[in-house]
Design a protein around this ligand. Structure first.
Ligand SMILES: Nc1ncnc2c1ncn2[C@@H]1O[C@H](COP(=O)(O)OP(=O)(O)O)[C@@H](O)[C@H]1O
Ligand SMILES: Cc1cn([C@H]2C[C@H](O)[C@@H](COP(=O)(O)OP(=O)(O)O)O2)c(=O)[nH]c1=O
Length: 209
């Protein structure tokens, strides 16, 4: 007789913040932290995370388009990501990490890009009504700090070339969302040293373990 085991559902953790805030710097730390505690970790990103999603990412990061087209493609990538990576991962009991999710659509397409907030909410309800992250780490820095960090290191994509007030609107929206969802979104002060930032991340993760 085969023994049926029902895996405990896993967790879904997202990373947010304006470009240059320091998200990517800390994802590897979170992977190692969770793996050391016996978790199976799947690390992914949006837009992207699937073969189709990565093709959409290429378009989204380099082609100019109407902001609603941009939102629709972000959610198309997200739909595929949920179907192929996020939901199956959680069901297996894995801890699924995503570098960005729907909060980024509120910050970038709505607050900064000018798209109606209700339309983003309608897309979110359509694509993942019942699935929201168990924890969102919001890496927060002033826009000037993020800009200096970006300028120091890489060729800028379409979003990264936006002006300071675009990123201030993004940052303000992220902070507003954090105020609206205090149980889900933890604001991490990313102006601190990398070690201090890691300590704050570890404290947020401990709450889920
Ligand atoms: N706490 C920090 N102090 C100083 N520099 C940092 C810190 N965190 C990240 N950086 C640097 O800032 C730059 C942007 O970080 P990155 O993680 O790529 O940002 P994001 O993924 O949020 O766009 C990188 O060069 C990184 O080394
Ligand atoms: C997921 C998502 C990302 N974005 C943007 C924010 C970022 O500028 C860009 C890609 O995010 P990101 O992976 O953070 O870029 P990088 O690897 O260069 O740090 O996509 C949106 O505008 N809306 C969204 O819904």
């Amino acid at each position: 007789m085969t023994q049926q085991t029902t895996a405990m559902p896993g967790k879904f953790i997202t990373f947010e913040g304006i470009d240059g805030a320091g998200k990517s710097t800390h994802i590897g730390f979170v992977v190692d932290f969770l793996a050391a505690r016996g978790k199976t970790v799947v690390s992914s990103r949006e837009p992207g995370g699937t073969r189709l999603g990565e093709k959409l990412r290429e378009l989204l990061l380099h082609e100019k388009m109407h902001v609603e087209t941009e939102a629709l493609l972000m959610f198309a990538s997200r739909r595929e990501h949920l179907a192929q990576v996020i939901e199956p991962g959680i069901e297996r009991g894995d801890w699924v990490l995503s570098d960005r999710f729907t909060d980024a659509s509120f910050a970038y397409q709505s607050a900064a890009g000018g798209m109606d907030r209700d339309k983003i909410m309608a897309l979110a309800q359509w694509v993942h009504a019942k699935r929201w992250p168990d924890l969102t780490l919001l890496f927060d820095v002033p826009v000037e700090v993020a800009r200096q960090r970006l300028d120091a290191e890489r060729t800028l994509d379409k979003f990264e070339q936006e002006k300071a007030d675009f990123f201030s609107r993004c940052r303000n929206e992220y902070l507003r969302l954090a105020g609206e969802h205090p149980g889900r979104i933890v604001v991490i002060d990313s102006t601190k040293s990398i070690d201090e930032t890691r300590a704050a991340i570890a404290a947020a993760l401990e709450r889920l373990l």
